[in-house]
Structure formats: structure tokens, C-alpha cells
Design a protein. Structure first.
Length: 412
RNA sequence: CGGGGUGUCGUAUAGUGGCAGUACGCUUGCUUUGGGAGCAUGUAGCCCAGGUUCGAUUCCUGGCACCCCGACCA
């Protein structure tokens, strides 16, 4: 993509009121735009990151048998009344049709849709297990949206729902989902600072598990056991004051942000909707369920919180909007154009700073801000040696490589 | 929802009871290109509603919005 044609511009100054790094950097770089508190447009550059995150999640969800579907945002009141959450769930957006006076909810989660839906398709033990997921926008009437895209009122979530004939099958799948989540966060680059965290399970299971990523912008407090790489959420530290794996009492207190959550629902939602199946003997049983969520906006914001410096973002290669940022300095557009063509033909995703009226300093500063993993500079100096200068974002060293060898150097 | 803070061109800011200024951006022209270029040129703004006043962007009251802390977060 040519930078001269891009829809957004970068800014030198950050919005005055923002404090969180993800809000400052994503806004300055033109990845997102805040429409109101907790509500963001994802701009073209940001959407490229978003799509990469989606792809990682899809791949892992499909690998554990997930079938993707897409449920609506607009929900009927009756479904929420059946689960007792029309009145109960504080941050559910509810509204009344101006014309028909009918009440609706904006989906904050999708048990109220997916369970009645499953009733149409699950009747026998032969129909189980089933796993469906979606990547879809959620609405939550948060009392206080905060920290850039970490806590919004509208955001995208991957939510997977599993249906099982018994608890044993649920337990087995739950462990698979846990492994799958670990892979997702590793692939997204934050595996090193993300901990499986024991958290409150509500009324229907002893614990749920969260995936908590260490960072100062986080709003949760966790106690972690570095040896086992697990943690305990502060909310249950009274019941569980030692490492659940090794029993160690030597836990480290840290701030973290919850990037994912897995939950054994058991029969909490199959009961109100009477989602049952017939076993071999023709007897009815309630379906056992699990749900598994990842907030995509929050994940993107967390990656920025974890990987940035005073100049800008430092994207892990797996989620970077582009692999390579090509900068043409000192009127070298002819040679840079040619290089950009070659890179494109080789299938290397490149952002090409072909802008003619921007100074070298501005281009370099923008490259740091946007944070693409590889920076390739073509200037008069480098062309004298038929070379380009390459540098990894986040590292100091630059090196000159022959233009002919460029693509191999970048893969190395 | 409680507490605190802030609202001035697109962005960041200065300032004032009486013509609202600067920088960045953007326009146009010329010159520039290794760490946010120079000169010239044009462009655009006081959150909203009441009140006080000859006169309010400024003072007062109310509202709205945004940020931060707390509470809340299936």
C-alpha cells in the first residue's frame, strides 16, 4: 500500500485527554478513531491488524472443531427474561422500538441466542458434541469506558459455545480450549506475558479460567507463580492463596489485563431454555455447556501496551499491519517504486512511503510510530552501493544489504 | 453511580468583561529530503442553554461531553 494514498494521517500530538498508551499511539498513528467514550472506528491500518488477529483466532478455533456462524446483535426481550438477565445484567443495553413499542436488547453475550438456536438442532446424544463460534460485536453499557480500546461499550468478541452430553466430555473439551487459547496468545506475540489465571466461577463451577496479560494499564490484580506460569485472580485469593499447580505460597502480585476467559456453564443456560437430548435409552438429559471468549479490541490494545516505546508501537510480526515499511528518501522514488513492485510480486506485504513532500525526518518518525517490523530505507547513500538499509523496529542496528538480496535478508 | 479534572480553528495550546493569538495540519507557489524542513500565501475556532451586563469566549447557574480515581464488570 502506498502511504501517499492512505485514508488516514499521522499526528505529532496526542489527544490531550488520553493517558493510556494504546489510545495515544493507535490514535496518533491513524489505526483507530474514537467516536465517543468507549466507541471506536477501526481505520484501515488498524483493521489490517484486526484481521490478522481474527485469522489467528479462526485458525485455532477451527482446529478444535469450532464451526463459525454469525448471530445478530439485536435480541428479543423474551430470551433475556427467560434467563433472568433482562433485569439482572446491569450493563445490558435495552431499548424500546419507537414504532412498535417492542423491547429489545443489544447483545452483550450470546447464550440467549445460541441456546434456543441449538434446540433446533440438538435432540439426541447422536447430535453431540457441537462447537460453534462467532467473531461479532458486543454491546455493554459500561458505567465507565476506559483505557482506550481496553474497555469499550461496543467491541468485537470471539465467543465459542460448546455443547456436551455430560460433564466429562465438557471437561475434556475445556482442556482443549485452554490449550487452544495458549496457542492464540503465543501466536499473537503476548505468550511470554500472559498467564492462565484462576478466577471466580460464579455459582455453577468452582473456578473459571482467565488469560491475563501483565501490563500497567490492566485493571485486574493477579498473583502469579512464575514457575508454573499460572496465576490467581485477586477476587478469589481468599479461597486460593497458593499456586493451584504446585501449592507454593510465594506468589507475585501484578497488574494485568484479561484478554480471554473460559467458563464451564454446565446447565446454567440449557435449563431455562430446556435444551435437552435423549440418551440411548430414550431418556432426556440437560445439555452441558461451556463458553469461551476473547475480546479482539482489547487484545489489540494489549499488544500495544506490551510492545511500544517512546517513539511508537512495535508490532509482533504475526499481527503487524504490514511486514515491511519501505521508505524512499532524497528523491529516490524511481528506484523505490521498482523495489516496491518487486516486493509486491514476491508477496511481501509492504507499506511504501512514497510521499514526495515529507521530509526524511517525518518519514522516519512515522515509521517508528506505526511500528512495522522491518524498515527498509532507500536513499542516495544506499543506492550508491546498490543497497537498501534494513532495520528491525525496536532494535538499534541497521545494515546495508544489496537490493537483490533484500527479500532473503528479511526472511532470515 | 460517587469524587476530581478539563472543554478555545482538524490537532496541540495562549489569552481576554470590549478586533481571539501562536504552532502543527491543510491550500497555493518556490526552494528543500538521513530524525517531524524554509520563505511567502490563504484557510478555519471560544461545547450548549439561560442569567448578570451597554457589552460574555471570559463572571454566575444549569446541562452536555471527554479524561482520571473509586464502585461495577454475567
Amino acid at each position: 500500500m502506498k502511504q501517499s494514498t492512505i485514508f488516514t494521517k499521522t499526528t505529532k500530538t496526542a489527544p490531550r485527554e488520553e493517558e493510556s498508551q494504546n489510545a495515544i499511539l493507535l490514535t496518533r498513528s491513524g489505526f483507530v478513531h474514537k467516536e465517543m467514550a468507549g466507541v471506536y472506528t477501526i481505520l484501515p491500518l488498524g483493521l489490517r491488524v484486526f484481521k490478522k488477529i481474527e485469522a489467528i483466532i479462526r485458525q485455532e478455533m477451527n482446529a478444535i472443531g469450532g464451526q463459525e456462524l454469525l448471530m445478530p446483535s439485536l435480541h428479543p426481550k423474551e430470551n433475556w427474561e427467560k434467563t433472568g438477565r433482562w433485569e439482572g445484567l446491569d450493563n445490558l443495553f435495552r431499548f424500546t422500538s419507537f414504532y412498535t413499542k417492542q423491547d429489545y436488547a443489544l447483545g452483550a453475550t450470546h447464550e440467549e441466542i445460541v441456546v434456543p438456536l441449538a434446540k433446533n438442532h440438538i435432540a439426541s446424544y447422536r447430535d453431540l458434541p457441537q462447537y460453534v463460534y462467532q467473531i461479532q460485536n458486543k454491546f455493554r453499557d459500561e458505567k465507565r469506558a476506559k483505557s482506550g480500546i481496553l474497555r469499550g461499550r461496543e467491541f468485537f468478541m470471539k465467543d465459542l459455545y460448546s455443547f456436551h452430553k455430560d460433564e466429562q466430555d465438557l471437561d475434556a473439551y475445556y482442556e482443549k480450549a485452554k490449550d487452544s487459547y495458549k496457542k492464540i496468545f503465543e501466536k499473537a506475540g503476548i505468550g511470554g506475558s500472559t498467564y492462565l489465571t484462576f478466577a471466580s466461577g460464579g455459582t455453577f463451577a468452582k473456578y473459571s479460567h482467565e488469560f491475563q496479560t501483565l501490563c500497567e494499564a490492566g485493571e485486574d490484580i493477579i498473583y502469579l507463580c512464575e514457575k508454573c506460569r499460572v496465576a490467581v485472580n485477586e477476587e478469589i485469593i481468599k479461597d486460593q492463596s497458593s499456586c493451584p499447580e504446585c501449592g507454593s505460597k510465594d506468589l507475585e502480585k501484578k497488574k494485568a489485563v484479561e484478554v480471554g476467559n473460559i467458563f464451564k456453564l454446565k446447565t446454567k443456560y440449557s435449563e431455562p431454555f430446556n435444551l435437552t437430548y435423549k440418551d440411548e435409552a430414550g431418556e432426556n438429559h440437560l445439555v452441558q455447556m461451556g463458553c469461551y471468549g476473547i475480546g479482539l479490541n482489547r487484545l489489540m490494545g494489549t499488544i500495544v501496551e506490551v510492545f511500544h516505546d517512546d517513539k511508537g508501537m512495535i508490532w509482533p510480526e504475526s499481527v503487524a499491519p504490514f511486514k515491511l515499511h519501505l521508505l524512499s528518501l532524497e528523491g529516490t522514488s524511481e528506484e523505490a517504486d521498482k523495489l516496491y513492485e518487486e516486493l509486491s510480486q514476491k508477496g511481501i506485504e509492504a507499506l511504501y512511503d512514497d510521499r514526495e513532500n515529507q521530509s526524511a525526518g517525518e518519514k522516519l518518525a512515522d515509521a517508528d510510530l506505526i511500528g512495522i517490523p522491518w524498515r527498509v530505507v532507500v536513499s542516495k547513500k544506499t543506492l550508491e552501493q546498490q543497497s537498501a538499509e534494513i532495520k528491525r523496529r525496536g532494535e538499534k542496528e541497521t545494515k546495508l544489504v544489496k537490493i537483490a538480496d533484500l527479500s532473503t535478508s528479511i526472511h532470515a
